[in-house]
Design a protein around this ligand. Structure first.
Ligand SMILES: *[C@@H]1O[C@H](CO)[C@@H](O)[C@H](O)[C@H]1NC(C)=O
Ligand SMILES: *[C@@H]1O[C@H](CO)[C@@H](O)[C@H](O)[C@H]1NC(C)=O
Ligand SMILES: *[C@@H]1O[C@H](CO)[C@@H](O)[C@H](O)[C@H]1NC(C)=O
Ligand SMILES: *[C@@H]1O[C@H](CO)[C@@H](O)[C@H](O)[C@H]1NC(C)=O
Ligand SMILES: *[C@@H]1O[C@H](CO)[C@@H](O)[C@H](O)[C@H]1NC(C)=O
Ligand SMILES: *[C@@H]1O[C@H](CO)[C@@H](O)[C@H](O)[C@H]1NC(C)=O
Ligand SMILES: *[C@@H]1O[C@H](CO)[C@@H](O)[C@H](O)[C@H]1NC(C)=O
Ligand SMILES: [Fe+2]
Length: 525
């Protein structure tokens, strides 16, 4: 038995089919008339056609997530959530385009963004679908289409390539790394540069759509703190997420996208809820990586283990995230994934004035753990500019510390970060530096080195190797067990020009890493 609501929407898809056969237009017109009289025409003919289609990785090469949205979002004063059960979540896929022999079924949901305040409009999403494909071969192109076959609402056929098998000789060719993207002309420039670089995987380090720079009536602002002063809650305009999802589909329906949350994803709403759009719209390999949260998870891409961390939830030693991170790092076998890369949104080592030492409590809580497991590279966003560090640990140059790279320069509508904290008059008052949402105060003056006794350096800090305020993105290319090429591309340059480039070289012989007790036991036997 078909659900009657699905039946209602079947009719337009019969039309769509008929559109391919001009001789049946007459019949089509008749049907339109009949349905119109009975008031059952949905807002568009494509009402349940998949949109905002994206691919993301599961924890290993043999599995990916396909996500999409069907049905219309609503915003206003009298909205009614769609019933996710009315449309099924099916992906047909295979290695040959004309015979998509496999089928996977997933789950669907809708979410709301509600404001019980006079004058603010509520939002309810379209139906969001997430389907996990399993049993995939490594480094293989798969074709897929998604949707609900029972209402003739399947997407076009797209394709993606799975990650290579994990091993010390096996890496994705190019991983694109970008942060603070938004949806502006500058975002368009960033994404077209990324597409030109033909990445195998895209990491997005938080601050995704900047929907919270818009009032619920759609009016935008360039400044987070000024526009919303008189409203009872920091509202946001959720349709920006849908616009963003539509814009990104061209890239992320083919190239897997992995996202970690930024402060612009907080999006507080009624009932003390936050991060609802972020947690609902993306698929995360949380469960697959032993995490119970969408805010932190890990995955392998060839011989690289990526750890995605949450800066806006508890991170200290007693927190679930910290315990999960210890377990996750302990389970990494560096003979299989020699490279260990960590990402989160606000940088620990940034020398810009904007957000200077803002995430210091997180650094104090987690730096030692990451260092003891030999994290090679850290990618961050948040500061709207580019900066690459020397290897550093606890503010001292250290050949075994990670290289920290900030690429918060994706092109959002807020201002670019320009001033450095070490320039005259730019050193912020320490008490002004903590982020309100993160809480805590840990940014004390330096106790050693050239900036001893002070809060800021008086020149570019030793930890800072290269910094420049331009929009762009980076490409991370691991060549082998010990060498990776990092390249920063600037939007104002022609496609293949390089803004900054360096080999990041691991030295496992001089930087022995903490290995799990279990692995030691095996080695000893
Ligand atoms: C939005 O939803 C909240 C919570 O359900 C409700 O209190 C409020 O009246 C709604 N606002 C509008 C404008 O419909
Ligand atoms: C952002 O885009 C606008 C419009 O294309 C352009 O004029 C401007 O230079 C860009 N800004 C940066 C920093 O790239
Ligand atoms: C949206 O609301 C703001 C603040 O009330 C107002 O200034 C603006 O004109 C409104 N915009 C639209 C499109 O209604
Ligand atoms: C860790 O965080 C929790 C909750 O935020 C807090 O209660 C606790 O005091 C913190 N512990 C440390 C050691 O900072
Ligand atoms: C980091 O350096 C500070 C200042 O020298 C010191 O107090 C602290 O114990 C160091 N932390 C670690 C984890 O080594
Ligand atoms: C910390 O450094 C700032 C200047 O960078 C200085 O004004 C302040 O007095 C210092 N605080 C302490 C406690 O030394
Ligand atoms: C690793 O790759 C780098 C850069 O391509 C190359 O120079 C180096 O010889 C390679 N090392 C090994 C052990 O293959
Ligand atoms: Fe941010």
């Amino acid at each position: 038995m078909r659900n009657p609501q699905v039946m209602d929407f079947l009719v337009p898809y019969v039309f769509t089919l008929f559109l391919s056969f001009p001789c049946l237009i007459l019949l089509l017109v008749n049907l339109v008339f009949l349905v119109a009289v009975h008031g059952r025409i949905p807002t568009t003919l494509e009402g349940f056609e998949p949109e905002q289609i994206s691919v993301s990785l599961s924890a290993n090469h043999d599995s990916v997530w396909i996500s999409w949205i069907t049905g219309e979002f609503q915003i206003g004063y009298d909205i009614k959530a769609l019933d996710p059960k009315t449309v099924s979540s099916v992906v047909r896929y295979g290695m040959v385009k004309c015979t998509l022999e496999h089928e996977a079924i997933g789950h669907s949901l809708v979410y709301n963004q509600l404001y019980p305040f006079e004058g603010l409009q509520n939002y309810t999403s379209g139906i969001i679908h997430h389907v996990r494909l399993t049993g995939l071969n490594p480094s293989t192109v798969y074709y897929y289409q998604c949707g609900d076959p029972s209402v003739q609402a399947m997407s076009d056929i797209f394709s993606f390539r799975t990650m290579p098998v994990s091993g010390p000789w096996s890496y994705p060719d190019r991983v694109a790394v970008v942060g603070d993207l938004g949806l502006t002309y500058n975002t368009t420039a960033t994404i077209s540069h990324i597409i030109n670089n033909k990445p195998d995987l895209v990491l997005l380090l938080g601050d995704v759509t900047y929907a919270n720079l818009y009032l619920t009536n759609g009016t935008g602002s360039d400044c987070y703190s000024c526009t919303f002063a008189e409203t009872p809650i920091h509202e946001c305009y959720q349709p920006r997420w849908d616009y963003w999802g539509r814009f990104m589909q061209n890239l992320v329906s083919k190239v897997p996208l992995m996202v970690v949350e930024g402060n612009h994803e907080i999006e507080q709403q009624a009932g003390n809820k936050a991060f609802v759009a972020y947690s609902s719209r993306f698929a995360f390999p949380s469960e697959e990586s032993g995490s119970s949260s969408t805010f932190y998870y890990s995955f392998n891409a060839g011989g690289i283990h990526f750890v995605m961390l949450g800066a806006y939830i508890a991170y200290n030693k007693t927190a679930d995230q910290y315990k999960w991170l210890e377990r996750d790092l302990d389970s990494v076998d560096r003979s299989i994934t020699p490279w260990l890369v960590a990402t989160w949104h606000p940088p620990w080592y940034s020398s810009y004035k904007a957000h200077y030492r803002e995430a210091e409590c997180m650094r104090v809580a987690m730096e030692e753990l990451l260092y003891s497991y030999g994290v090679d590279v850290v990618f961050n966003g948040h500061v709207h500019a580019y900066e690459r560090s020397n290897r550093v640990y606890n503010y001292s140059l250290d050949p075994c510390g990670p290289v920290y790279i900030t690429v918060g320069d994706g092109g959002n509508r807020e201002k670019m970060a320009i001033g450095f904290a070490d320039e005259p008059g730019n050193c912020p008052d320490p008490l002004s530096t903590p982020d309100e949402y993160m809480g805590g105060f840990c940014a004390t003056n330096f106790t050693f080195g050239p900036a001893m006794g002070k809060f800021c350096w008086e020149r570019q800090p030793d930890y800072s190797a290269f910094r420049e305020s331009s929009f762009g993105h980076g490409i991370f290319e691991v060549k082998n067990e010990t060498w990776a090429l990092w390249t920063w591309y600037r939007n104002q340059d022609s496609y293949n020009d390089v803004g900054d480039q360096i080999y990041i070289v691991r030295q496992p012989d001089i930087c022995p890493v903490h290995q799990s007790a279990k692995q030691h036991c095996f080695a000893a036997i």
